[in-house]
Design a protein around this ligand. Structure first.
Ligand SMILES: C[S@@+](CC[C@H](N)C(=O)[O-])C[C@H]1O[C@@H](n2cnc3c(N)ncnc32)[C@H](O)[C@@H]1O
Length: 276
């Protein structure tokens, strides 16, 4: 389910709390970078007037993304942590604490780690995603070029639910190319990567939320893994295509249950009606 709205308006929708929030926030934070942040005011008190940080950006662009409101949303919409039940004589139970994953620019990491702590997300694990290509083609034969994306796993106090099938999971992961999905968004994340992350931190039936959904890729990945995906997107053109993609995914499931194969997708690809 995707809503064409600001995630800040989440209270208007009856969205269940999430086991996992995945968000790819705008990398170019704007002049409202400290909005909703006490640092906007001298000594954090609005009666003292604005501080030197008011109206400033972290970086050199001017998008109106509000990281503090984003973090508030995440801390509110993540499920509460429960104490694992201790049963005498039995092995320690595995925890099911929730967590969030943010894709972010390299330079945003320390800021986001500190901001998260103010919202009770006290712990982090950094992630590096390794591409086998680089977008930095200019002077590529004269300098080292970047081929990595960065992210953070943020969680409160207990280690998040971890479904690793007994295997070690490294914090440096391969970034698979996504040649199968329609390109809807300029910073669209590969569905297979999102599926990997969702599989590690959730079980079937769990809720996954993407507050900045863009193409809807996170919700599609959640749908394919039988998780309940929810998201917000403010831009009409992204929302419309994302919603269409999510609806198609839902239809594939209905088709497979009904016909044993994805009838409507095959019809779309072939331009033929197979049967009615
Ligand atoms: C970096 S993109 C996300 C791309 C997405 N991960 C994908 O795979 O397609 C961030 C998106 O957040 C949206 N956005 C920015 N502020 C928002 C807000 N307050 N509420 C909802 N969406 C927002 C932007 O329109 C943009 O499409």
């Amino acid at each position: 389910m995707i809503y064409r709205d600001h995630f800040q308006n989440y209270k208007s929708y009856a969205i269940p709390k999430a086991q996992l929030i995945i968000a790819d926030i705008p990398y170019n934070l704007g002049n409202n970078a400290y909005a909703s942040n006490p640092a906007w005011y001298k000594d954090g008190d609005n009666s003292n007037g604005e501080s030197a940080l008011a109206g400033k950006s972290f970086f050199d662009t001017d998008e109106d993304f509000r990281p503090a409101e984003f973090m508030h949303f995440c801390s509110t919409m993540l499920k509460a942590e429960k104490k694992p039940l201790k049963v005498e004589g039995e092995a320690r139970q595995k925890g099911d604490a929730p967590c969030m994953i943010i894709f972010c620019a390299f330079d945003q990491q320390m800021y986001l780690i500190e901001l998260a702590k103010r919202y009770g997300l006290n712990n982090y694990i950094n992630l590096v995603f390794r591409k086998n290509f680089s977008a930095q083609v200019l002077k590529a034969n004269m300098k080292v070029v970047g081929n990595c994306e960065y992210g953070l796993i943020l969680y409160r106090d207990r280690l998040p639910k971890f479904r690793n099938n007994g295997k070690m999971i490294f914090n440096c992961m391969d970034w698979p190319r996504d040649n199968d999905s329609e390109k809807i968004h300029p910073t669209q994340k590969p569905v297979e990567l999102l599926k990997t992350l969702i599989s590690i931190f959730t079980d079937e039936g769990d809720v996954v939320i993407d507050p900045c959904a863009g193409s809807g890729s996170t919700i599609v990945a959640a749908e394919r893994l039988n998780r309940k995906g929810y998201g917000f997107e403010i831009k009409k053109e992204f929302y419309t295509k994302a919603n269409q993609w999510i609806m198609e995914e839902k239809q594939v499931k209905i088709d497979i249950e009904k016909y044993g194969f994805d009838k409507s997708r095959m019809e779309k690809q072939s331009g033929m009606t197979l049967f009615s």
